[in-house]
Design a protein around this ligand. Sequence first.
Ligand SMILES: [Zn+2]
Length: 366
Amino acid sequence: MYSSRPPSPRPDGVPADTPKLTRRGLITLFSGLAVGGAAVADVLSGDGVDPVVEVRRLPGPRRPPIYTCDAWRARPPSSPVVVVDQRPSKILIHHTATANRNNVAPVDLGVLTRAIQKFHMDTEGWIDSGHQFLVNRGGLIAEGRHRSLETLLKGKSFIEGSQCSEYNDVSIGIENEGTYTDVDPPAGQLAALRALCAFACVQYRVDPGHLYGHRDYRDTACPGDRLYAMLPALRTQVAQLVGKGADWRASAPLTWPLLRIADRSVAVLAAQHLLRAAEVPGVPADGEFGRTTADGVYEFQRRHGMELTGMIGGGSWPLLAVPVRPGQGGEAEAAVQVLLNRPGVRQVRWPTTMTQATWQQLLNTA
Ligand SMILES: [Zn+2]
């Protein structure tokens, strides 16, 4: 997510030196999008967005068409971009949290990417766009931070972004235009996202199991509940595109649940015990994520220098989920006990010490 502010409309377009997005070119470049042989119209209809790209069933991941920074007339970065001299180990999926617009032509892509770059540079104070790539709702792909495409094509290094604090030196980020809290992305956008992920996985040798949502590493709702819920399917589809086949599932990642205001669950109760174990004052232990619990989360985030969101996601969980030994007592053990003792769960073995992975396993069944 980059901001809550939609870009201001401006009737200027992408200049004539943009990639030639002819229909034939798109079909060639957009190969590798296995869509079960369904007709293009079937795949892309029904969501109110006229696709800009066509999708066709062809084998193997290929380079999708990508609008370069020059093509969408990006401003130069305010200081030289940083090249990370290794391949990223993961790809993080975001949504822009902007309006779900249906104007998705190249001209609109330029308006969007320039507005986002302006926000990232002038408001956030970053040197350039925060993300490496962006997919618009029509399936057009744009380079974000300068040189992201050049390094992707070489496949040996990448450009450090500003898309996920503490993880910018190990991951690249893909923004998806729109807000996917309550609605799904259009099919054309998903097809382009799949193609881009598959190409990036091949170029950077990233396991498709290491496609994550922003919330997996930070305390944020990004990329929206609906797009986030599609990530398991995206991993499977990308794995198929890169030829990893059906045995890929073994590498499906363990993640943290996102907890936020008005949630009510055993996981919330466990988190409350862990906040109390961290000596955050005033947090109740009632399983309800109310205002006082949110205040406790803000306090916890403040202590750790994290963005203050009042949510518990992939930022706070790794710090809350401390090692716990059976019988040590106190609030941390109480957190384990509420997860083990809830109705319907039987014989979950408590290992010698709770690790991050065992916390994740327990929480994901809560
Ligand atoms: Zn995000």
